[in-house]
Ligand binder design. Sequence first.
Ligand SMILES: C[S@@+](CC[C@H](N)C(=O)[O-])C[C@H]1O[C@@H](n2cnc3c(N)ncnc32)[C@H](O)[C@@H]1O
Length: 303
Amino acid sequence: MSDGRSVSGQLKKFVFRGKSSSNGDTRGEYLEIVIPELLTAGYSFYTWPSAPLLAWYLWTQRRHLRGLRVLELGCGTGLPGILAAKCGARVTLTDSVALPRSLRHLSACCEANGLVVNRDVKILGLAWGLFLSEVHTLRPVDLILASDCFYEPSQFEEVLSTVAYLLDGTDARFLCSYQERSADWSIEALLKKWGLKGALLDLDSLSESSGVDYRALVMASTARAARLYVGNLSWTVGHRQLKEYFSQFGPVQNARVVFDRSTGLSKGYGFIEFANSSAAADATNKQVHTLEGLNLVVQVQNS
Ligand SMILES: C[S@@+](CC[C@H](N)C(=O)[O-])C[C@H]1O[C@@H](n2cnc3c(N)ncnc32)[C@H](O)[C@@H]1O
């Protein structure tokens, strides 16, 4: 996987290559997906670490995707769903109906990959746990995808009730990737309540059977998502003040203000490295950051 930058904002490039694991085909194959990311705009405008993981898994299963009816929940930038569409699946991408800007960004992500909305893919606003008329139009599906949608325990049941409704009475499956943010969180009781059965796919076994190093993939993208660029810092802010301010969002591993070597004065920007990407997400989701009288520019560094 490699990254690149565009003139405005960031264009992230994901490269998938390799042999199909399903039929012993030995020809090399290649797919490039580009995702325009808006790093200051909120959590649905950049690709979370679970998404490349799910996309890579789908890539190894691409022989089975052609013609499948695939629905992705909580798409954000929609990497797994876009990959499925590029591999021939009939894909509907969904995100929160309450976030029209996110849905527009999702369209832009599709278009950046040559997918025409309403011809090659559908995009729909949904609210997990609410059974508005749009939800009924989504059935039947063969495969439901979700990347990093189990990040807020109060919403776990909403996600699963939607999944249970879509799976009910069909052979469809739900495939999700998630980040373990707390050892206490579990969906097991809810799976039981909603009559669902789940199985964990072990990363090491998956890596062994597919030749994709999933752990390296997770580590690389998690580290990237935990780093922030902070701009418009007052000249009075040093490493310690920067760390103190951002500690409200989670454990800060490193806080660094950049100083001019010749003058010793602050250049007005710096970097924060959190211990985990969810702290970085909480920081970027806060609309306004004010430190020593100035409004900060806060962006996921992500490159
Ligand atoms: C952590 S982000 C993950 C985005 C993307 N799947 C990824 O892995 O890059 C969670 C996504 O769920 C969406 N979402 C949050 N609450 C939702 C709800 N109640 N109904 C539908 N979508 C929701 C958000 O807009 C956001 O895009």
